[in-house]
Design a protein around this ligand. Structure first.
Ligand SMILES: *Cc1c(COP(=O)(O)O)cnc(C)c1O
Length: 372
């Protein structure tokens, strides 16, 4: 007998998720480029909807009916197949809890989102990591990890923190080769940003399969990260299981109202996509021109690789940039100690980052500062 309460086995194995930094001691003006938030903010209509939501004394609609209807209308889905969550993080965790237990295995990709690992361990299961090739998800490597104990496979597409994606054909190939008892979770948090003909988030695959679900979020392109709002779509039996274990009022009224307004403001989303396309390629080109390797990204962030020589490492760069109020994300917790992740910011932040990296790398600016 213990002298004090002890968490159940596995809990103390979990390394708590460490969010991106949001402040630097001694630096007043900061640009937070560490959490893939949108520089455009949410739709003004979403802010208006929160103001109008009112009645904080009343419990919210636990079924999130109006929000599910708005999402269903936008994507041509059946609202009964949707579950909303306090961020897609909550849904990822609920899926692990519903389908994984002690003795079971959950697979995710080498540089996959750390939340999967936490969710699998919290549910009492065993995380199994499939290696990636050149920072890209490797479908064959995932399939090689499947055993009789596999219950769930988490696939981020496109991926965070690498920014890479796999074509939809590859997703279909993965699904076709998985045993039917394995739940395939497609985490499409950055789907709205992708501009590639061979990419599909996979809504049709969800609609035509008994073992595929997709999670989406309002935290990224919709700019509502603070409100904690996400949704999933899946087969009726999975929706039923998740609804049994989620807390009854898991999302709040103002968040639901904002989500409805945000998803209907297509002009705002288009603006965000346009901004991202322009600055994603500008940042990638400018930073490569400084002699740093950038992994090609289809998201709203890029992974920058730094040399391993003293004074020029990712850690040194992080300290240098932080001193100028530019907060990027160290990703050593993903096994990427020599890279930093940079979120596409507003024009001012983007230009400051390139300027700072130029100084950090000691590159002479022969263009006389005339860049784009
Ligand atoms: C940001 C992100 C999410 C979204 O998380 P929320 O809980 O909805 O804020 C999900 N998956 C990945 C890979 C992400 O990067």
């Amino acid at each position: 007998m213990s002298a004090r309460p002890e968490p159940r086995p596995g809990v103390m194995q979990i390394e708590a998720y460490v969010p991106g930094k949001s402040a630097v001691a001694g630096v007043k003006k900061i640009h937070k480029l560490s959490s893939n938030e949108t520089p455009l903010g949410p739709s003004p209509k979403a802010i208006e909807a929160i103001r109008a939501a009112g009645h904080f004394e009343l419990y919210p609609d636990g079924s999130a009916a109006k929000l599910r209807e708005a999402i269903a209308a936008k994507y041509g889905l059946n609202p009964d197949r949707l579950v909303c969550g306090a961020g897609s993080d909550e849904l990822l965790s609920l899926l692990a809890h519903a389908y994984v237990g002690p003795g079971d295995e959950g697979i995710y990709s080498q540089y996959g989102f750390l939340v999967y690992r936490i969710a699998i361990l919290t549910a009492g299961g065993t995380p199994v990591v499939a290696p990636e090739k050149d920072y890209r998800v490797d479908v064959d490597a995932i399939l090689a990890k499947v055993t009789d104990r596999t219950k769930i496979v988490f696939l981020t597409n496109p991926s965070n923190p690498t920014g890479t994606y796999i074509p939809f054909d590859e997703v279909k190939r993965l699904h076709a080769a998985l045993p039917p008892h394995v739940l395939l979770v497609l985490d499409a948090a950055y789907a709205e940003y992708v501009r590639r003909n061979d990419y599909e988030a996979g809504l049709e695959l969800v609609a035509t399969s008994e073992n595929v679900v997709m999670t989406r979020t309002f935290s990224k392109i919709y700019g509502l990260a603070n409100l904690r709002l996400g949704w999933m779509v899946g087969p009726a039996h999975v929706v039923d299981a998740v609804n049994r274990i989620r807390s009854p009022f898991n999302i709040n009224g103002p968040a639901m109202a904002a989500g409805i307004a945000a998803i209907q403001d297509e002009a705002h989303v288009a603006k965000a996509v346009e901004h991202n396309e322009r600055w994603l390629s500008w940042l990638s080109q400018e930073i490569e021109a400084l002699g740093l390797k950038v992994t090609p990204s289809v998201c709203n962030f890029i992974m920058i690789h730094f040399p391993q020589e003293p004074g020029r490492t990712a850690k040194d760069a992080d300290a240098f940039l932080s001193g100028r109020g530019l907060i990027l994300r160290r990703i050593e917790s993903y096994g990427l100690p020599h890279a930093l992740r940079l979120t596409v910011g507003d024009e001012e932040a983007n230009r400051l980052v390139v300027e700072a990296l130029r100084d950090f790398m000691g590159v002479k600016d022969f263009m006389g500062g005339k860049h784009a």
